[in-house]
Ligand binder design. Sequence first.
Ligand SMILES: [Zn+2]
Length: 130
Amino acid sequence: MASPRHRSSEKSLTFKININRIHHQSNNCNNWIKKDFENICTELGECPLCASIHSFSFKRLEYVWKWDVSIPQQWQYGDWESIKLFPVHVPLPIVRCEACGKYFRVEPEFLIKGTILTVPALVFVVFTYP
Ligand SMILES: [Zn+2]
């Protein structure tokens, strides 16, 4: 008899951490990383759950990894060695609404929408993924 499938144990690995999200209108990764996250709450609007204004307080930072592509400004077709793909450690502030007590993860827009690939970047991806 074939070995049984462990469907239940597979399922237990896919649990999801349930935290609310707030979007931040930041579409540039480099500017985002340089931010003073202790003061991020001054840039947030109202709480999506209880509609309080300026009720957030900064708690801590979490991080995610994101791939970025670096292409020189005067890049010429065929110059593949000057293109670099590198990981970026992107901070995501965790804030708490002091009015309703809920926690939120602040996510910048560039993470949600994804990186816009230029034509050279797209060509690069095609060449490096056979
Ligand atoms: Zn609230």
